[in-house]
Each structure stands twice: as structure tokens, then as C-alpha cells.
Ligand binder design. Sequence first.
Ligand SMILES: Cc1cc2nc3c(=O)[nH]c(=O)nc-3n(C[C@H](O)[C@H](O)[C@H](O)COP(=O)(O)OP(=O)(O)OC[C@H]3O[C@@H](n4cnc5c(N)ncnc54)[C@H](O)[C@@H]3O)c2cc1C
Length: 437
Amino acid sequence: MKRIFPDFAYGDGPRAGCWWDETVAPVEHPVLRGDVRCDVAIVGAGFTGLSAALTLARAGASVVVLDANRAGWGASGRNGGFCCLGGGMASDASLDRRFGRAGRLEWRRAEVAAVAYVGQLAASLGLDIDRHSQGETCVLHKPGLLPVFEGEAARIEENYGVVPTFLGADQMRDAGMAGPFHGAMTIPVGFGLNPGKLLCGVLSAALSAGAQIYDQSPATRVAGTTVETPGGRVHADRVIVSTNGYSSEDIPAAMAARYMPAQSTVLVTRPITAQERAQQGWTSDQMAYDSRNLLHYFRLMPDGRFLFGMRGGLRSSPAAEDAARRALMRDFRAMFPEWAGVDVTHCWSGMVCLARNLLPFVGALPGQSGVLAGFAYHGNGVAMGMFSGSILADLALGRAPALYPQAMRTPARRFPFGAARRIVMPPVYAALNVLDR
Ligand SMILES: Cc1cc2nc3c(=O)[nH]c(=O)nc-3n(C[C@H](O)[C@H](O)[C@H](O)COP(=O)(O)OP(=O)(O)OC[C@H]3O[C@@H](n4cnc5c(N)ncnc54)[C@H](O)[C@@H]3O)c2cc1C
């Protein structure tokens, strides 16, 4: 596997301290030994791969899922649990230019459908995923932004078919959302969840439907539609690559330079008492993020713990990880000063994935017959990863997906500088930091 971050990023160091691991029982799967045959081989057992596996197995296909570590080890088992709109970062203007208004609305419809997909699947499987929050709230970090956001209301309604609501700073205090904020906008789509519980539920449904899952079985080569691992090979009719931020340049070669891993870091506190919540003025269970480009995301969870996350560092090493965690702690305490003394019991990092066109790609990899891939959810892959997995399953089965926007079909262009492409990120982050002031 040729990967573009240092080895530390692909080990257990950044993952150590993940709260979700304490909320679900660990599940182990065998290592692949010998040769097996199946209809579809899936590389990567996160939301994308497991959602595809579930859909395929339910349709009667034989499915083998391989993970280099263990199912849920990647971003899917360690994210912030915002099941929300997103998946891409392309602006409306750029979507209109590339796909026309109809193409933009088709993509925006998919964002909403992705959230509904997760909600319906969890309900149909009877999963208790600690669901909370009525949509998602953007809190404004600068004065003067409220009228700008209010001016977007009609466009949001056109995109998502819902009406956003707005609060001034005083109204935010009344709503239990006090802080260094200058207003808020809520779009009533999305909810918070425990990603570990969702992952385990989908995993166990996929197993029950007949999918075979192998841990510690890294794909080391994809030759045609045969996937090689150190312990054996999977001979399949189709291959789905669902490795997102943990992708490699050579698994398969068509992935090279089409994805950009980026780190995100999260902390979770001990349960915060009702009195402490009142002191800080944040009593709402609404999931929220701030209006910065390099944003912070946070939510008070049903058990009273507070989750707070933001972008991670640009480098990966024990020292860089410590620095990212310190920066996260600093921003948390600056935004919620009354909780400065509250113990932070858990903190961890992981990889999200960006693409040059700022949109996810879901479809057949160019020049790689029989091999499909789904990746680049731009830090919002809880809903979009699950949804993309179901599209990939349809494509592998030769079925037309019910909703498969043109915007997701365009193969991601390669980044410049090949395997050295991370050098484009420091100037990008620096520019975004300036814009955020
Ligand atoms: C800290 C953090 C917070 C986040 N918060 C949110 C959030 O609140 N809301 C949201 O929507 N999104 C969030 N995201 C993003 C979201 O988690 C991801 O977009 C989503 O989980 C991607 O799912 P996936 O299945 O495509 O990839 P992953 O879950 O990353 O899974 C990829 C898997 O591929 C495996 N793999 C890699 N190479 C190989 C190989 N050669 N052979 C076999 N297996 C391989 C890895 O071991 C890994 O398990 C967050 C991400 C992080 C890291």
C-alpha cells in the first residue's frame, strides 16, 4: 500500500481514546486465508463498504468485505456522529456552472435523501443509535453575518425543500445556545447519533444477510477483479473500493492522486451536570458548527457528555497529534470557558477525504474494468457514505440507483504533485484561517 501520510496516521495512535469504542462491544472477524470466490469484493469496512455489503447481500449477491484493520476502524468508527447534509463543498454557483440548475438540485436532493436513508435504515433495523437534535445549527462567529445568512434563506429552501430558521444572539441565549456567537441558522435536516452503534448495527445486519467480513486482511493488490491480501485472494465479478481517507495510491492504481486525506480531531468530556450547563448557558441538544471555513463542530449528547471537534493537524506523528489535541482543547475552552475545568475524558483523530472538484465520486474507476469506488465526502460521510454504499451496490448489481446525481458521477480529477500533493494544504489552510478572522 503506497499511502501519502506517515505510517503513524494509519496506526492506532491517532485512534487511541475514541469514546465510541467504550459504548459498543468489540466484534472480531477472521483473517482471510486461502482463495475465495464471490460476486462482489469490497475493500474497506466503513459506512460505505458495509452499507454496500448490506444492500448486496440482501439482494442475494455473495459478498466478501476486507478491512486492513478491523471493521469500523477508519473514520466511520471515530467520527463526530453528525448525520447531516453535506458530502461535497462545491458552491451553488459552481454546481450551476458544471451541472446546470437541475444538476445542482439533484445533488442537493441526494444530501437530504442520504440523511433520510440513515434514519430509515436505523429505524427498520430497530437500532438504538442515541439519536437527538432537530436538524443542524450553524452558529455565526462574526458580527454582521446574520443578514448574510438570512439572505440565503430562499436558496436553502430551493436546495433542500425546507425553511431555515434564524436566531439573534439574545434569542440564542433564550434557546440555551449562549456563547461567543452572533446569531444562528438552523436547517431542519439531520440528527446526531452514536456512529459506533450505527456501524455495529449495519455490520451485524450485513453478516445476518450473508456477507463475509475479514479483519486484518489488507488488499495489497487489485489485479482485474481479483483482490490479493497477505493470507489469500478474493476472485470476484466486481470490486468496490471504499477506503476514503485511508486510501492508497496503488489500491488500485486508478485511485492515485484522486483523493486528499485530511485529519480531524474530536474530544469528549465527562457528563456535564445540569448546573454546569446552565452556568455556561449551553443547554441545547442541537448539534452545531460554527461559520468558519475551518469550522468547529459540537453537540451535547443524550448522556450529558459534550463532543467538540475541529480540523486536525497537517502532519501526523506523536508530537503532531499532541499539538492537534492541545489546539482542540484550547479552542474548546475559549468557546465554552465555564467548562474549562470539566475533564476531557476522550480525544482522538482520524482521516476525512477531499477531492479536487469538491464533490464525492461514486462509480466505476476510469480504466479499471469491473472496479467501482466511492469516496471524498469532505468530512460529511456519515449520511453520504451510507447513501453512496447503496448506490455502489446498485451499480455492482447492474440496477439503476433511485437517485444517482450527475455531480457524483464525475471521476475526481487528480491533484497536482502526485504522492507529494499534501504540500498544497498548508497554503490552503493559511488562506482559510485569514478568511475566518
Ligand atoms: C474525527 C472525524 C470526525 C468526523 N465527523 C463527522 C461527522 O460528524 N459527520 C459526518 O458526516 N462525517 C464525519 N466524518 C467523516 C466520516 O466519518 C467519513 O466520511 C466516513 O466515515 C467515511 O466512511 P468510509 O466507509 O468511506 O471510510 P472509512 O470509515 O474511513 O473506512 C475506510 C476503511 O478502509 C480500510 N482500508 C484502507 N485501505 C485498505 C486496504 N488496502 N485493504 C483493506 N482495507 C483498507 C481502513 O482500515 C478503513 O477501515 C468525520 C471523520 C473524522 C475522522
